[in-house]
Structures are given as structure tokens and as C-alpha cells.
Design a protein around this ligand. Structure first.
Ligand code: FCB
Length: 445
């Protein structure tokens, strides 16, 4: 087994999100979310699937907590479904929904697993979409801050960290520019305005949580990739710079430099967010964070001709994403050189594979190799001076992979959706051994 060099208190964990695993979509007072609505639109999700049942985690909480403990997890990153705790996204809170997350957090603590909470992993209360166009509307940022404040008051003394958003790029771009995700808009201007309001809501939430004295470390989770041109030609290199500016700098620059990046801003032109930016917004957005979460899956490959297929020397995952571990080292070193960063957690990293259950065993050697290569790349980044605080594998178990439905399996634990039987794959056993080998065993850096 490889040895990775991380600091002594490095956190080893695994991640999931509410809509992808919970199910119980219409129970105990949970309100509908934009993903419930989106899934019911024909053609949006593979096989017309949805998260109504998913992994039935809502009902199998204790069993899943035991499973995590058996697998030696030190930390668990989960998200809170806003419509489960505040069905309309404003006004009354739902005690039963809050109770579920209290049981989750207490159950983790009882087993010695650190709870890492995320407030928004894409399941916006549908009422906010229907009555005020969701994140297009500045008011939704204030509603989010109210919701954050409530979670802070209920869980803020018990969680190891609170992240505001998961991958705002996906909410803004996939949800509003391409329509590939909920709420399914295909309008560049909407996407730009949404991204600004998401960032604003992040800053407002941080300020509200701090004002209330919440002590848990606060941050945000961004999906990031380095961008490479297909060739060295100036045109391909410019295409790569533009993609990086739209994908990475669009979020990093407002958070850490108080402005949007010029390259992407110019590209947006009159479709940019200028009309919704108000005086003082960048001060709010730039509220200092205690950590930055980064989700890493692959690199961006760009060319002036539009051809985007990379060479894929190490192959492609079942999502058809290129396996490109060295991009993680490159990305983190680049960020470290360009921004004054707080400690970094890799909050997601993993791959989908065609896993087959064979006599109670899943031999997912490709996944083990994927994790090994990425942990080695992360270890390299730590050697190069990046303050890496922890790693969360995506995902604990197979789950509802958004527009791809249940077809794509990302879990370390196999889920048979007909029986809800959980079976740890070989990768889960491998990861348990990696954790055991590394915990408390910092090696000279
Ligand atoms: C990320 C999402 C996560 C999961 C993985 C595969 O973009 O945050 O929910 O779908 O991709």
C-alpha cells in the first residue's frame, strides 16, 4: 500500500449529499425541492428516475452510521436538505426535519466520527423557485442566511465544520446556462445573476453565523480543475484560459480578491452580473473563511475549435471523465501561488465504475487505483507547501447521480436498490486500511 505524507491531524472521510441518498422525499413534513420538480420533467433524468427513495438513508440512518464506523471513517461530510428543515424556504421550521439532522450528528459523534455539514447541495425549496425565481432573486440570498442561522443555532455547537454551498458553479451554470440540472434554465444572464446571488448568500450566511457566535469553522466547497489547451497554439491556450476563468476564477476571485475575473467578465459581456451587483457586495462575499473545500474529478481540456476530448492516457471513468490525478497537484499549487488560502479540504474526489456484485464482493480495482493516484497527487501538493487538512472520498455509497440517475455508481459501498442491501466494495476495505495506517502517523514532510 502506498504511503502518503500528510500532517498529523489530517482528516480522512467520506461524503454524500441529502437528495442523493435520503429518500423519504414526501415524509415528516419535508417540502418539495427543485430537484423533485426537475426529475418529474420527462427527459431530464436518465430512465425518468428520482430521489424519492434513493438509498432510503432517512430510514436506515443507524445502520448507515454503523457501517461508517465499521469502515473506520474519521469524518463524514453530508448535506442538509433545506426543504426538509424549512419546507417553504421561509417562515416556519420543521422540527421533525431538524430532528433527523440532530440524530445524524449525535450518532456520528457517538461513534467518534466528525460531522462536516454542507448547507446547500442543490435542493432548493421549490416554493422559492416558484414564488420568486430562486437564486435569480436577491431575496433568496437573505432567505438562505436565515436558514443558515437556524442550522447554526441547532447544530453549530456540535459539527466539525459548516460549508455554505456545494459547487455553486453547478447550480449557476448547469442549472441555469445549460439547463442540464435543476431548475433547468438555459439563459446565460440568469446563470450570471444566480452565481452572484449564490456568492452573496455565502457571505451573508457566514456573517450571520459569526454574529450568532457559532464556533465551527466556516467555508465553501468549489469544484475546480486546471484547464489545458489541446495544443500550444495561442488560440488553444486562450481557450483554456477562458475556461479556467469561467470555472475557477469566477468563484475564487470574488471570494479572495473582491472582484470578478476580467477574462470571463469580458466573455459574459452584457450577459454578466453587473446589473445585480450592489455596493458593498464584494465586502460581504469576501468575509474571511476558515477553510476552503475543493471537489476534484478531472481536468478541463479546451481548444479553439471546440474539440474537447483529452488524450486520456490513464483512461476515462464511467462518467467519461478523464483520469488525470496530476491535475490535482497542479491545481492546488497554482491556487496556493495566486491566493492567500485558508486550509484546504478535498471535499470530494472519486470515480464512477461499472461495478458488479459477485458472490457478496465487488472487485473495484479501478476505483482503488483512482483513489491511490489522487491521494499520491494530494500528498505531492502537501509536499509543495499547500496546507491540506483532509480528504473526503465521493462517495460512501452508490446513490442518485443527478441527471445520470442510478446508472452511475460512485460508492465505496455497493447499493442494491431493490433490496437496499449495502455491500462494502474492495475499495472500502482498502480505504479502511489506508486510514488505519495513516491516522496519527504523520511522516516527515
Ligand atoms: C459532484 C457533486 C456530487 C456528485 C459528484 C459525482 O459534482 O457535488 O453530488 O454528483 O459530482
Amino acid at each position: 500500500m502506498s504511503t502518503y505524507r500528510f500532517k498529523e491531524d489530517f482528516v480522512w472521510g467520506v461524503a454524500t449529499s441529502s437528495y442523493q441518498i435520503e429518500g423519504a422525499a414526501h415524509e415528516d413534513g419535508r417540502g418539495p425541492s427543485i430537484w423533485d420538480a426537475f426529475c418529474s420533467v420527462p427527459g431530464k433524468v436518465v430512465n425518468g428516475e428520482n430521489g424519492d427513495v434513493a438509498c432510503d438513508h432517512y430510514h436506515r440512518l443507524e445502520q448507515d452510521l454503523d457501517l461508517m464506523a465499521e469502515l473506520g471513517m474519521q469524518a463524514y461530510r453530508f448535506s442538509i436538505a433545506w426543504p426538509r428543515v424549512q419546507p417553504d424556504g421561509r417562515g416556519a421550521f420543521n422540527e421533525k426535519g431538524l430532528g433527523f439532522y440532530e440524530r445524524l450528528v449525535d450518532g456520528l459523534l457517538k461513534r467518534g466520527i466528525q460531522p462536516f455539514a454542507t448547507l446547500y447541495h442543490w435542493d432548493l425549496p421549490l416554493a422559492l423557485q416558484e414564488t420568486q425565481n430562486g437564486w435569480e432573486n436577491r431575496d433568496t440570498a437573505y432567505r438562505f442566511a436565515d436558514y443558515a442561522r437556524k442550522i447554526g443555532s441547532v447544530l453549530g455547537d456540535r459539527v466539525a465544520s459548516i460549508a455554505t454551498h456545494n459547487e455553486p458553479w453547478c447550480t449557476a451554470w448547469l442549472g441555469n446556462a445549460t439547463g442540464y440540472f435543476a431548475p433547468g434554465n438555459a439563459d446565460l444572464k440568469k446563470a450570471a445573476n444566480v452565481s452572484h446571488h449564490l456568492l452573496l448568500s455565502h457571505g451573508l450566511a457566514l456573517q450571520a453565523l459569526r454574529a450568532d457566535g457559532v464556533k465551527a469553522p466556516l467555508g465553501i466547497v468549489l469544484n475546480q480543475s486546471p484547464a489545458h489547451g489541446a495544443t500550444d497554439s495561442p488560440e488553444d491556450q486562450a481557450a483554456a484560459s477562458l475556461e479556467y476563468s469561467k470555472f475557477v476564477s469566477w468563484y475564487m476571485d470574488p471570494l479572495f480578491k473582491g472582484e470578478y475575473p476580467a477574462t470571463a467578465l469580458q466573455w459574459y459581456g452584457e450577459n454578466g452580473p453587473q446589473e445585480v451587483i450592489r455596493e458593498g457586495d464584494f465586502d460581504i462575499i469576501g468575509t474571511p473563511m476558515d477553510f476552503l473545500g475543493i471537489n476534484y474529478y478531472t481536468r478541463i481540456f479546451a481548444s479553439a475549435s471546440g474539440e474537447k476530448r483529452p488524450p486520456g492516457v490513464l483512461g476515462f471513468t464511467d462518467m467519461d471523465w478523464e483520469v488525470y490525478p496530476q491535475g490535482l497537484t497542479e491545481l492546488l499549487s497554482g491556487l496556493n501561488a495566486n491566493y492567500k488560502l485558508p486550509p484546504i479540504y478535498i471535499t470530494e474526489n472519486g470515480c464512477a465504475a461499472r461495478d458488479v456484485l459477485d458472490n457478496g464482493r465487488v472487485r473495484d480495482t479501478d476505483r482503488i487505483e483512482f483513489y491511490d493516484l489522487h491521494l499520491a497527487a494530494l500528498s505531492d501538493a502537501a509536499q509543495k507547501g499547500v496546507d491540506v487538512a483532509g480528504y473526503f472520498a465521493w462517495s460512501l455509497m452508490d446513490n442518485f447521480e443527478w441527471a445520470s440517475g442510478y446508472d452511475k455508481r460512485f460508492g465505496m459501498v455497493h447499493v442494491d436498490y431493490a433490496s437496499q442491501q449495502r455491500t462494502p466494495k474492495d475499495s472500502a476495505h482498502w480505504y479502511r486500511d489506508v486510514i488505519a495506517q495513516h491516522v496519527g502517523a504523520a511522516l516527515p514532510r
